[in-house]
Structure formats: C-alpha cells, structure tokens
Design a protein around this ligand. Structure first.
Ligand SMILES: [Mg+2]
Length: 281
C-alpha cells in the first residue's frame, strides 16, 4: 500500500485517496473510544477479572502464560460486543478442566466492576462537577454539529449495552444529534450486531456506498462500512490521552481497510471539507 498522505496542516491521514467524496447523507458512529471517554480504562477491569477466574480454574499455571492468553483474546475480540470476550473466558476455563458459569454471568460481573470504576465519572457528569468536554474525544461536539448543519442523518451503533450507551450519550450532551437512532448491545446478543444495525440502516434508507460514512476505533465498524461500499474513518484514539495516536489501534484499523485515519476530531473543519469535497476555501 502507498504511504498515507496527510491532509496539509492537519493530523488527518488519507490511506485511500480514491474514495468518492461529496455524497455523504448518513453517518454511523461507534461510541466508546470514538466519541466517549467515559469507559476509558475498561481493559484494567476486564483483564484482572479474567486472570482471577483463570487462576482459580488452574492454580498451577504459570501466571505470565495466563496473562498472555488473556491479553491476546481480549485484544482480538475488542470492538465486538463484550459477550464474545466472556464466551472465550468460559472456553478457557473449560480448557483448564473447570466448569464455567454462563458467559452472561461473567458479563454481568464485569459490568458491575466497571460501573464501580467509572462511578465517579458518571456521578460527576450527573452533578455537573465534571465538564462533559473532558470526557469527550476532542472535537466530537463540533464534528457532530458540522454534520448536522450539512443535513446528515446520524446513527450511534455501540457494542456496549444499550442502557449505558443511552445514559452516557445523554450525560455527554450528544444524544440529540443521533436522529437516526442510538443502538447498543442487548443481553440477547444474537439479536444485535453492529453489522446488523449497519445493514438495516443501508436497507431502510436505500443507500448506495458513498452516501454512508462510518467513524470508529474498532475493526468491526470499519469492515462493515467497507463491506457496503461506504467510507470508513478510523479513529485510533489513545483514550487516556486523546491528543495522541494509539499505534496499536492504528495498525489494526489500517488492516481493517480504513480510508482515513484521525486520532481525534480536532481537525473537524478540514476533515469535513475533504469528505464533502468543498470548493477550496
Ligand atoms: Mg469503540
């Protein structure tokens, strides 16, 4: 692949200069890591929890090797719904000769622990002692506003459980932009996937490829958008410090087929001007 071209004076990297621009009418967004930073650090909850269960399943196993296994599958399954990581946890417990719980039980335990970790952020947003801006990927609000001003219909499709997505989108003050709907995972996970949501949006609106743009930090939304001929903007946001690139995410999004890469939405103006093929200002 040719080296990326940077949009002059910006951090926008163009991997695929041949995308058809100027036709966007619909935009699909991932939530966590793309717009919201409320759940930043979830890996620090999930990984230790899994290590705990796996060490209990086989106390003699070398801790470095368990740790490697866990990091490996948590990473590989990031971007899908949480339940898939828990299904793999149950498999790994079985492999070690123990009897696992239902993966849904692990998911609920994980969510309980994560809720403890993010409780201060949520209550801070509720009481307004925390500024929503500080838990948004920089420039998100401006980008959403810009798309809205251009009459683009917007959809939020997240792998996080729907009640949490609704709560956090509201607390961050971005929920009203998603006139196309806010969709999250359900315990009955067979009935939801980002792919299903995207397929439905395409079908119900009779969209052709370049009318659709997707923004996300996970490979699922990038692959799905490309799968229907849409434009995919990869967001390798380093969540703990969202002015930086996350190199691991960046590599993964490139492999998934992203057309453009940006670490955050600080350059929302040149990004939109490029996507909408505005006459040169
Ligand atoms: Mg995400």
């Amino acid at each position: 692949m040719a080296p990326p071209i940077a949009l002059p004076g910006t951090s926008v990297e163009i991997l695929n200069p041949s995308i058809v621009r100027g036709q966007i009418r619909h935009a699909i967004f991932d939530f966590d890591g793309t717009i919201s930073l409320v759940r930043e650090g979830w890996q620090d909850v999930m990984v230790p929890m899994m290590l705990e269960y796996l060490s209990a399943a086989d106390p003699d196993e070398d801790s470095a090797s368990v740790s490697h296994t866990v990091r490996d599958f948590v990473t590989r399954l990031t971007g899908k719904q949480t339940i898939y990581q828990m299904i793999e946890l149950a498999e790994q417990i079985k492999k070690r000769g123990a009897t696992p719980l239902d993966p849904l039980d692990y998911k609920h335990e994980y969510l309980r622990r994560l809720e403890v970790r993010i409780a201060n952020r949520v209550s801070g947003l509720e009481s307004k002692s925390i500024d929503a801006e500080s838990l948004l990927v920089p420039g998100s609000m401006e980008l959403l506003e810009g798309l809205s001003a251009r009459g683009v219909r917007m959809y939020l499709a997240s792998g996080t459980d729907e009640p949490f997505v609704l709560r956090e989108a509201k607390l961050l003050g971005v929920d009203h932009y998603f006139d196309g709907g806010i969709f999250g995972a359900l315990d009955n996970y067979q009935n939801f996937s980002k792919k299903m949501v995207i397929d439905r949006i395409i079908k119900e609106n009779a969209l052709s490829g370049p009318e659709l743009v997707a923004f996300g930090d996970g490979y699922v939304e990038i692959e799905n958008a490309k799968g229907v001929g849409g434009i995919a903007v990869g967001m390798p946001t380093f969540e703990a410090d969202p002015v930086r690139w996350d190199d691991w995410k960046k590599e993964r999004l490139k492999q998934a087929g992203a057309d453009l890469l940006i670490p955050n939405f600080v350059d929302h103006r040149p990004l939109l001007a490029f996507l909408f093929n505005d006459a040169m200002a």
